[in-house]
Design a protein around this ligand. Structure first.
Ligand SMILES: C[S@@+](CC[C@H](N)C(=O)[O-])C[C@H]1O[C@@H](n2cnc3c(N)ncnc32)[C@H](O)[C@@H]1O
Length: 282
């Protein structure tokens, strides 16, 4: 089925298996067996751009490679970056209430930030709670995909991305592009200043983070990992949570039975069960 004759590049079952193994090894992403077409479509762009003649040649060049740029491109091609402003909106009133109860300075980690809609939604919520565009909040936004991080850092979005936001939010937090920038909006610099971006692979055993957080957003990324990886990552989060911290997951990510240390306190929102036993600084 994979060797369709009208394909530009040969793509065998073996090529697909190798690509699956590699993305699992480097990013923890467990691609289903049904994703062959997706892998072909995303990776064939790289082959075309680089004038590589076959998947075998391409995958050979990645094996045991020290070519970080090539691996980065491979990973970037296979991540799924779907996101939106105030996605799973029910989490934001919970965040607002949590922020209002905390002492400054407040730090939040958004660990699969994609193109920035999620960290900027957190920033907007903080501005609304503290009624200023300079709230005492720092957001660290990370992702494995270096392309989305660049996009997020730019703070520029097509106008339709914010069409579902209230007029208040659109007016208060975005600048509308004119001339060549027509059809685009830019997040206000004050909000941009609240967020710092960093490359981080959740699969790594050590994360370059030094302090515990008041809240962690880890939404719609654990679904790409298998149970073993999820459990390992869940346990790495624990020492990064302050005793009162909340951790937010995506709608289909239920970890009730994977960690005895977390207690459900809202729809896919958890807090530490035994606050006293958890370290709050590394
Ligand atoms: C579907 S998006 C979710 C974006 C956002 N959290 C949301 O809920 O709208 C998943 C993101 O997880 C990132 N990702 C996948 N594997 C990762 C890993 N091993 N480490 C860090 N980020 C990863 C992808 O690059 C992608 O941007």
């Amino acid at each position: 089925m994979l060797n369709k004759s009208d394909r530009e590049f040969d793509f065998t079952n073996e090529d697909f298996t190798r690509a699956r193994k590699l993305i699992y090894q480097y990013a923890g992403i467990a691609l289903a067996e049904t994703k062959a077409e997706l892998v072909y479509g995303r990776l064939s762009r790289i082959l075309r751009n680089q004038g590589i003649r076959s998947f075998k040649e391409y995958l050979d060049s990645l094996m045991g490679t020290h070519n970080q740029r090539a691996l980065e491109e491979f990973i970037n091609a296979l991540t799924t970056n779907l996101t939106s402003f105030f996605r799973e909106n029910h989490h934001f009133p919970i965040l607002a209430e949590h922020l209002a109860s905390l002492n400054a300075p407040i730090t939040i980690w958004c660990c699969a930030a994609s193109t920035g809609e999620e960290p900027y939604s957190i920033a907007m919520t903080a501005c609304e709670v503290f009624e200023t565009v300079t709230p005492p909040v720092k957001i660290i936004a990370t992702d494995i995909d270096t392309n989305v991080l660049l996009q997020a850092e730019s703070g520029i979005f097509s106008s339709h991305r914010i069409s579902k936001l209230s007029e208040d939010r659109r007016e208060q937090f975005f600048l509308r592009g004119t001339g060549k920038q027509e059809g685009f909006v830019k997040i206000r610099q004050e909000l941009r200043n609240l967020v710092s971006y960093q490359h981080l692979n959740l699969l790594n055993h050590r994360w370059p983070l030094h302090n515990a957080f008041d809240a962690i957003f880890c939404r719609n990324v654990m679904i790409y990992f298998d149970k073993t990886t999820q459990t390992k990552i869940l346990h790495q989060f624990l020492p990064l949570m302050k005793p009162h911290a909340l951790i937010f997951f995506g709608h289909s990510e239920n970890f009730m039975y994977q960690s005895e240390d977390l207690k459900l306190c809202g729809k896919t929102v958890y807090k530490l069960k035994q606050q006293a036993n958890t370290h709050h600084a590394l």
